[in-house]
Ligand binder design. Structure first.
Ligand SMILES: [Zn+2]
Ligand SMILES: [Zn+2]
Length: 494
C-alpha cells in the first residue's frame, strides 16, 4: 500500500510540473522569439515574434483567432505528446512493480485526474491575470487582433481570402473597421509584381474609408464612430526635411499602406480587409455628408490630381489645363480643375470618351492625340498637363501643347524609360516634373474643397467576390471611372 501511494504521488507530481510548464506555453514564446518571422508552413503566415502566454484550455478555434495558428498548434501538440509520455511512464512503472495490473489502473486513474485538472490549475494564474489586464487596458488597445483580407499570393495577382494578425496597437493608433476601398491602377501593378518589389501574401487597397471602432489613449483627432479615410501612406520618419515640412509623402522612409513593413518587421496590409490599425497622423476625417463610396477615390486619385495643382499655384481662375488620360486620376483631375475655374482640355488616345468628357465631366475641349491637325491647332496653349497615363507613351506630342514655362506633370507609374529630344523643352523653358499623391494636410484640404464644391467621383461599387474581375476590367480600362469595393457589405471569408 505504501508503495502504491508513493508511486501515485510521484506521478501526480511529474504530471503537474510538466503540464504546467507546457500548458502555459512559455516554451512556445521562447521558441518563437528566436525567429524574426514565424511561418505556419501552410499559408506562409508572417507572425510577430512575440506570442503571449495563454491558458491551454482555450478552445482551438478561439485560441487560433487570438494567437495565430502556430502558437496554438504547438501547444496542442505539446499536450498530446504529454499524454503519450505519461502513458509510457505508467506502463514501465507497472512492469517494475509486482502487483502490476491493479497498480497500473490506479496510476492511470491518477494520471487522468492529473492530466485533466492540473493543467487547468496550472493555467489559472494566467487566466486570472489576463482578466485583470483586460480591465486595465480598456480603451488603450494594447491587444493583438486578426482580420480577414483578400490577398494576392503570387504575381498572378489573383486575390483570395487571407487571415492575418493586425499589429499591436499603440496609444496613437486608430482601429478602423473598413467600409469600402477604391481600386487604383497601382494596386494592379503591385499584385502582379510589375515593379519587381512585391511581397506576398499582399492585401492591396489604399483608398480606404472606414469607421473608427476604438482609439488609443493619446488619440486626439478622432473619436469612436467617426467616418475616416486612409490613403497610400501609414508611416514616415518624422525627422527628415520633407517630414518637417509636412510633405511626408516625399519621406524616404515613408511606410506604404501595403507591401511594406513596419519598423518591427510586421508587414503592412491594405484596405481590402475587414479592419486596419493606423497611426492617427495618417488618418483623415471624411467630411460630414460625404458618402464613403464617394470619398474613397478622392484619397488617392483625387489627391494625386489636387496636390500638383495646389503646389504649382494653379488653384486660380483662368488657368488653361490639360488632362492626359481619362482614368481614375484623369476624371478627378477634370472635375477638380473645373472646380478651380480652369479651362480644361482632355487629351485621349481615341474619340471614345469625347461625350463623357464634355457632357458628363464638364471638360471644355477634347483632343485625340492621333489627330495631327487638332494637336497642331492646340500647340502652345496649355499652362500644364497632368499626365496620368500609367503605360509607356511618347512625351513630345504633349510637350508641344504647353505654353512657355508650361509643365508636364507625370503622375502615372511607368517602369520603362521615357524619351524626348531636348529642344522640345529648351525652346519654351518647359518643365517635365512629377508629383506623388499629396500630403496629409493636402488630403484634408482636398476633402474640404470637394465637399465645398459638391464634387463627386464616378464610381462602380462592387462586392469583394467581384474584385478579381474588377482588376481584369481595370487592366482593359473598362470602368467609369473607379471601382469601389463595398468591403463591409461583402463576405470576406469565402
Ligand atoms: Zn492609388
Ligand atoms: Zn521623413
Amino acid at each position: 500500500m505504501a508503495n502504491k501511494a508513493v508511486v501515485s504521488i510521484f506521478f501526480l507530481l511529474i504530471v503537474f510540473l510538466v503540464t504546467v510548464g507546457f500548458g502555459r506555453s512559455n516554451f512556445v514564446a521562447e521558441t518563437a522569439s528566436s525567429m524574426d518571422l514565424v511561418s505556419d508552413g501552410i499559408d506562409n503566415v508572417r507572425q510577430p515574434s512575440f506570442i503571449p502566454h495563454k491558458p491551454i484550455f482555450l478552445l482551438e478555434e478561439t485560441c487560433e483567432q487570438t494567437y495565430g495558428f502556430f502558437a496554438c498548434t504547438t501547444t496542442i501538440v505539446g499536450n498530446i505528446l504529454l499524454i503519450i509520455v505519461y502513458g509510457f511512464l505508467a506502463h514501465q512503472a507497472s512492469k517494475l512493480l509486482s502487483n502490476g495490473r491493479e497498480l497500473l489502473l490506479e496510476i492511470l486513474g491518477t494520471g487522468i485526474i492529473g492530466g485533466v485538472f492540473l493543467p487547468i490549475l496550472g493555467a489559472l494564474p494566467d487566466a486570472l491575470s489576463l482578466t485583470d489586464s483586460d480591465e486595465e487596458e480598456m480603451g488603450s488597445l494594447e491587444k493583438e487582433r486578426t482580420t480577414t483580407g483578400w490577398a494576392a499570393r503570387d504575381p498572378s495577382g489573383i486575390l483570395s481570402p487571407y487571415k492575418y494578425t493586425l499589429r499591436n496597437t499603440m496609444p496613437e493608433d486608430v482601429f478602423i473597421k473598413v467600409i469600402c476601398c477604391g481600386i487604383c491602377h497601382t494596386d494592379l501593378h503591385q499584385i502582379k509584381n510589375d515593379l519587381g518589389m512585391s511581397n506576398y501574401p499582399m492585401v492591396p487597397g489604399h483608398e480606404v474609408v472606414g469607421e473608427v471602432i476604438e482609439v488609443g489613449s493619446d488619440v486626439t483627432k478622432f473619436k469612436v464612430g467617426d467616418c475616416v479615410g486612409v490613403g497610400c501612406i501609414v508611416g514616415c520618419c518624422r525627422q527628415c526635411s520633407p517630414c518637417k515640412s509636412n510633405i511626408e509623402q516625399y519621406c524616404n522612409k515613408k511606410i506604404w499602406s501595403y507591401n511594406d513593413v513596419y519598423p518591427d518587421g510586421q508587414p503592412t496590409q491594405g484596405g481590402f480587409a475587414g479592419a486596419m490599425v493606423v497611426d492617427q497622423k495618417f488618418v483623415v476625417k471624411i467630411p460630414d455628408g460625404m458618402s464613403p463610396e464617394q470619398a474613397g477615390p478622392l484619397l488617392c486619385a483625387g489627391l494625386t490630381a489636387y496636390s500638383p495643382l495646389r503646389h504649382f499655384g494653379y488653384n486660380q481662375k483662368g488657368v488653361r489645363g490639360g488632362i492626359l488620360g481619362l482614368g481614375g486620376v484623369g476624371h478627378m483631375g477634370v472635375k477638380i480643375a473645373k472646380a478651380m475655374g480652369h479651362h480644361v482640355t482632355v487629351i485621349s488616345s481615341s474619340d471614345k470618351k469625347r461625350e463623357e468628357a464634355l457632357e458628363h465631366l464638364g471638360a471644355d475641349d477634347y483632343l485625340v492625340s492621333s489627330d495631327a491637325a487638332g494637336m497642331q491647332g492646340a500647340a502652345d496653349s496649355l499652362d500644364y498637363i497632368i499626365d496620368t497615363v500609367p503605360v509607356l507613351h511618347p512625351l513630345e506630342p504633349y510637350l508641344s501643347l504647353l505654353k512657355v514655362d508650361g509643365r508636364l506633370i507625370l503622375t502615372g507609374v511607368i517602369s520603362t524609360p521615357l524619351q524626348f529630344v531636348t529642344p522640345i523643352v529648351i525652346l519654351g523653358r518647359k518643365t517635365i516634373t512629377g508629383s506623388f499623391i499629396g500630403s496629409m494636410d493636402e488630403t484634408e484640404e482636398m476633402l474640404e474643397f470637394c465637399k465645398e464644391k459638391g464634387l463627386t467621383s464616378m464610381v462602380e461599387v462592387v462586392k469583394m467576390d467581384y474584385v478579381n474581375k474588377a482588376m481584369e476590367r481595370l487592366e482593359k480600362n473598362d470602368v467609369r471611372y473607379r471601382f469601389v469595393v463595398d468591403v463591409a457589405g461583402s463576405k470576406l471569408d469565402e
